[in-house]
Design a protein around this ligand. Structure first.
Ligand code: PLP
Length: 409
């Protein structure tokens, strides 16, 4: 129903108060958001509608790896939009083929499937695991995942996710998932039975608060999967594309999975995800898996531009160096503020506060023009664009220090 009166009509004035009022009136409530509207981004910074500048250490949730509005994405979108926006998933297109070729060469996997979000890539991996179970393991369908792991927000990926508060949400859960504590190989062995078709986990848990799977544990998981014929899935949606200082996080342990899912950084802010598989797991038949935006040319062109940029500028190496520098700087202030467990790799970092006041610190940092994330009440996570330089880390520490002073004053 279209009404043109001033109450419900389109926002004419564009004032920030008006925008916020319109947001509250018309956007479905799913999240508590600060009282501001983001308008513009460039490099390491975002600007709101009243001109405040924010140093971005959230990075669009570990997404904007090249920073905000990078030339590589602007140019790829413009060029591809003039050539071909959508040919339908029924046809091959050039950027789709080129991106599949680049990703398989880069990762050592043989085959690529494309989608738009991380959850969709994981849905694809879950279906592939069940297909593997149906074809080769007598109908086995259970997937063992890690406690505190995160795999997405569709019903299947929420079921795969190992967050305790989610277990009761939107019941009934999809059956066929078991969760075991990370880094405990005995518990994993106990959870695997004749119904198991796959093991799925993040090499470094991101949303769970930056907790690493040990290299030795990953090697034992590989052995267990080989012994039992199980499919091993690494969810590298957060850790892929240079985030942890190597192109993919599995390189730290040198353990290869059968399937790897990718998202977030692959599109640098554009909705794009992928599932990669070895040729032994090229198991789908026509009709098993698809989607309207599979291999969508605009997304493919952006993915190509972003991944080439990461490779050419060696942004994984920059992430490694800047991550080490940031950790060093955090260690220097940790006693002063009671910080502990400074952890992570590359530019996926976290530390714990002595008190469960993460949300308070996030708010103080926002007031200081710094964006950070608190994935748990006592935990702070940093995941800035991979283009971050020393001056940005120094500026982050300065603002964080002022925010900590205020929080604890
Ligand atoms: C963000 C994330 C997902 C979900 O990706 P969406 O694009 O939000 O669907 C899945 N797994 C991991 C490890 C993630 O960090």
């Amino acid at each position: 129903m279209l009404q043109a009166d001033s109450e419900t009509g389109p926002n004419q004035s564009g004032s920030t108060e008006q925008l916020l009022a319109d947001a509250k009136r018309s956007i479905l409530f799913t999240a508590v958001r600060p009282e501001l509207v983001m308008e513009r981004g460039e490099g390491m910074y975002l600007w709101d509608t009243i001109g405040n500048r924010y140093l971005d250490f959230i990075g669009g949730w570990a997404v904007t790896c090249l920073g905000h509005s990078p030339a590589a994405i602007r140019e790829a979108v413009a060029e591809q939009a003039e050539t071909l926006v959508n040919a339908s998933p029924a046809f091959y297109n050039k950027p789709m083929i080129e991106l599949a070729k680049l990703l398989t060469q880069l990762s050592g996997y043989d085959k690529a499937f494309f989608a738009s979000s991380g959850a969709e890539a994981n849905e694809c991996a879950i279906k592939l695991a069940r297909k593997h179970g149906a074809l080769r393991l007598g109908g086995a369908y259970e997937i063992v995942t890690a406690v505190n792991g995160f795999h997405g927000r569709t019903l299947a990926t929420m079921s795969a996710t190992g967050k305790a508060p989610w277990q009761e949400l939107f019941a009934p859960k999809l059956p066929g998932f078991r969760h075991v504590p990370l880094n405990d190989i005995d518990r994993m062995r106990d959870a695997v039975n004749e119904r198991t078709c796959a093991i799925m986990l993040e090499p470094i848990q991101g949303e769970g608060g930056v907790h690493e799977a040990d290299a030795g544990y990953l090697r034992k998981l590989r052995e267990l999967c080989d012994e039992r014929g199980l499919m091993l899935i690494f969810d590298e949606i957060q850790t892929g594309f240079g985030r942890t200082g190597t192109m993919f996080a599995f390189e730290h342990a040198g353990v290869c999975a059968d399937v790897m899912t990718l998202g977030k950084g692959i599109g640098g802010g554009f909705p794009l995800s992928a599932m990669l598989a070895t040729k032994e797991f090229d198991l789908f038949e026509p009709g098993d898996q698809g989607g309207t935006y599979i291999g969508q040319p605009l997304a493919m062109a952006v993915g190509l531009a972003v991944v080439r940029e990461i490779i050419n500028r060696k942004l994984h190496a920059n992430a490694k160096a800047m991550g080490e520098y940031a950790k060093e700087r955090l260690h220097a202030i940790k006693d002063r503020y009671g910080l502990s467990a400074i952890r992570g790799k590359g530019l996926l970092l976290a530390f714990d506060l002595g008190v469960p006041r993460g949300a308070g610190l996030v708010a103080e940092c926002l007031a200081e023009g710094l964006l950070i994330n608190s994935p748990a009440p006592q935990t702070i996570r940093l995941m800035p664009p991979l283009i971050a330089e020393r001056e940005h880390i120094d500026d982050m520490l300065l603002r964080l220090g002022r925010a900590l002073d205020r929080l604890f004053s």
